[in-house]
Ligand binder design. Structure first.
Ligand SMILES: NC(=O)C1=CN([C@@H]2O[C@H](COP(=O)(O)OP(=O)(O)OC[C@H]3O[C@@H](n4cnc5c(N)ncnc54)[C@H](OP(=O)(O)O)[C@@H]3O)[C@@H](O)[C@H]2O)C=CC1
Ligand SMILES: CC(=O)C(=O)O
Ligand SMILES: [Mg+2]
Length: 545
């Protein structure tokens, strides 16, 4: 790995920017005489572990990434299960809440409504335009389950891109975190003297749409090789920007499509476990969602599309799904419904509004219960006991993030189901011992798929991201469990294997892009699967030792 020392001027002060490469190999005189890579690695880990609070660990790691990205990624990849909760959910949620207070130095691009008419010029200020391959773009309007955080949403784009590097070997300087600032409706932030964003309410829908048209056009001009991941846009914008832009630019929405892929994958493995206990085939699964927003509807669409692949009619597939939102069960005669809920709105229920989750479970008799509602504790004892009463092995996935908003915690789910639950959550929980057995929670988080989707799309130079590419990623993940993982009843692979899994997912994504004719890297078509996998692995960036 070459070390590039680029002089960077910030407020009149020159700093040498160290491109990924070992700090310990800097030219003589620039480091202490006894700085040795392996010892420094231990030093960095010791400094990290000496901190009591996760937010302090987050700050330390952000600074380490800034000063010595090679070391940051080295220890991150070697300690993934320790690092992901720090650089990603749940700690990234705290980092977003506190961003304007803990901010040290900028990372990524801030494009604001004040740049309208001038966005291309601002984008050209990015220091690494030629190498840029993937941007995660948020407007901070729905950060995890924490709501509108305005420009404080930036750590989400940064955290997702760190996972692209750690989990799929995207080169660090190919990543572009972007936070769009079109104001915020977060009153506390607007009144906070340290708030880093524009001090104005969010702009109108029409103005936002105009801004996004210009932003997306200029992105494609300035960064012609860039894949875009939309992240944590509020529900209506999430759906509308995905449909407006997906056939014009290479992009996907992580909350709708990435979550759809990861939950389908975990569900398929969970359904195998539950059917081993109940004998119930996949076609008889009944899935209830608490939460009918971008993630809930995104997962519902992914499941429906899979059921259709299995030979069900569209109507049969749709009949497997029930949605509950803040007003209760979603059904046609309830009254006016948001556009994104209409497809799954039930036509077969015409009674009084149903708002109590236990009553709804009693009525529907679901085999699987998914939480994408941001409602902490919504899967209470009565809910889990009811699910366990009607299912030999209930599938219960409280998927809301961060951990403080999870619909239930793993220890409760184990206790209240008497150890029968098949569980995955959005944020990580510790394992539990029940009746002498160790039970492992899954982490049903889109972090398992977006790195591989991105890697595959980048290497294929995909002109768009099709539904089949997302589905291929999901099925690739579902198939990736080892015998040892299956023996432990895991529904997702161990996070330590993410690089191997991302390479497999990338292979499935590339092959699907080729079938659909959206790949521009036609030379990859000549390779058989073994050669293609080798090519993918060879392209993955590794920190040097
Ligand atoms: N594990 C993962 O990989 C992912 C997890 N998530 C998490 O999922 C959660 C939701 O995200 P997203 O769908 O984008 O958010 P949205 O805001 O789009 O949707 C939230 C949904 O929850 C519903 N809701 C709110 N309060 C209640 C309530 N009391 N009872 C029932 N439903 C309620 C809302 O109802 P209404 O429509 O009536 O307002 C809405 O349908 C977040 O916490 C997010 O972090 C998201 C993406 C990926
Ligand atoms: C995981 C994720 O994308 C979310 O919670 O929004
Ligand atoms: Mg998200």
């Amino acid at each position: 790995m070459t070390i590039v020392l680029t002089p960077v001027w910030t407020n009149g002060v020159q700093k040498l920017k160290v491109e990924p490469g070992p700090l310990a190999k800097l030219p003589r005189g620039l480091t202490p005489p006894a700085l040795e890579h392996n010892v420094h690695r231990m030093r960095c880990l010791a400094q990290l572990r000496s901190k009591d609070k996760n937010i302090e660990k987050y700050i330390y790691l952000s600074q380490l990434k800034d000063a010595d990205p090679n070391m940051f990624y080295k220890i991150c990849i070697e300690n993934l299960s320790e690092f992901t909760p720090l650089i990603y959910t749940p700690t990234v949620g705290d980092a977003c809440l506190q961003y304007s207070h803990i901010f040290r130095r900028p990372e990524g691009m801030f494009i604001s409504i004040k740049d309208k008419g001038n966005i291309g010029k601002v984008l050209r200020n990015w220091p690494c335009i030629d190498g840029a391959r993937i941007a995660v773009v948020t407007d901070g309007s729905r950060i995890l389950g924490l709501g509108d955080l305005g420009v404080n949403g930036m750590p989400i784009s940064i955290g997702k891109l760190s996972l692209y590097v750690a989990g799929a070997g995207i080169r660090p300087h190919s990543t572009v975190p972007i936070c769009i600032d079109v104001g915020t409706d977060n009153k506390a932030f607007l009144e906070d003297p340290l708030y880093l964003g524009l001090r104005q309410p969010r702009v109108s829908e029409a103005e936002m749409n105009e801004f996004m048209e210009e932003f997306m056009h200029e992105m494609s001009v300035v960064f012609p090789e860039l894949l875009i991941q939309f992240e944590d846009f509020a529900t209506d914008k999430a759906f509308s920007f995905l449909s407006t832009f997906r056939n014009r630019y290479p992009l996907f929405n992580d909350d709708i499509q990435g979550t759809g892929a990861v939950v389908l994958s975990g569900f398929l493995n969970a359904a195998k476990l539950s059917s081993a206990a109940s004998g119930r085939p996949l076609a008889d699964q009944r899935i209830l969602f608490l939460g009918a927003g971008s993630a809930g509807v995104g997962v519902s669409m992914q499941l429906t599309s899979f059921f259709k692949l299995q030979g069900m009619s569209e109507e049969e597939a749709r009949q497997r799904i029930w949605l509950v939102d803040s007003q209760g069960l979603v059904y046609d005669s309830r009254g006016k419904l948001a556009e994104h809920k209409k497809y799954f709105s039930r036509k077969d229920y015409d009674g009084p509004p149903m708002t109590n989750l236990v009553d709804i479970i009693d009525h529907i008799k679901p085999t699987a219960l998914f939480g994408l509602s941001t409602m902490k504790g919504a899967f209470n004892q009565a809910v889990i006991e009811k699910m366990s009463e009607i299912n030999a092995r209930p599938i219960i996935f409280p998927l809301s993030n961060p951990v403080s908003l999870s619909e239930c915690v793993f220890s409760e789910a184990v206790e209240w189901s008497n150890g029968k639950v098949i569980f995955a959550s959005g944020s990580p929980f510790p394992e539990q011992t029940h009746a002498g057995r160790t039970l492992y929670p899954g982490q049903g988080n889109n972090m398992y798929v977006f790195p591989g989707i991105g890697l595959g799309a980048i290497l294929a130079r995909a002109s768009s991201i099709t539904d089949s590419m997302i589905e291929a990623a999901s099925l690739g993940l579902a198939d990736s469990l080892t015998d040892e993982e299956r023996a432990l009843d895991l529904v997702y692979p161990r996070i330590e294997r993410i690089r191997e899994i991302s390479a497999q997912i990338a292979l499935s994504v590339i092959r699907t892009a080729q079938k659909e004719g959206v790949d521009k890297s036609s030379d990859l078509r000549q390779l058989d699967d073994t050669a293609l996998l080798k090519h993918i692995k060879g392209k993955m960036w590794n920190p040097s030792s």
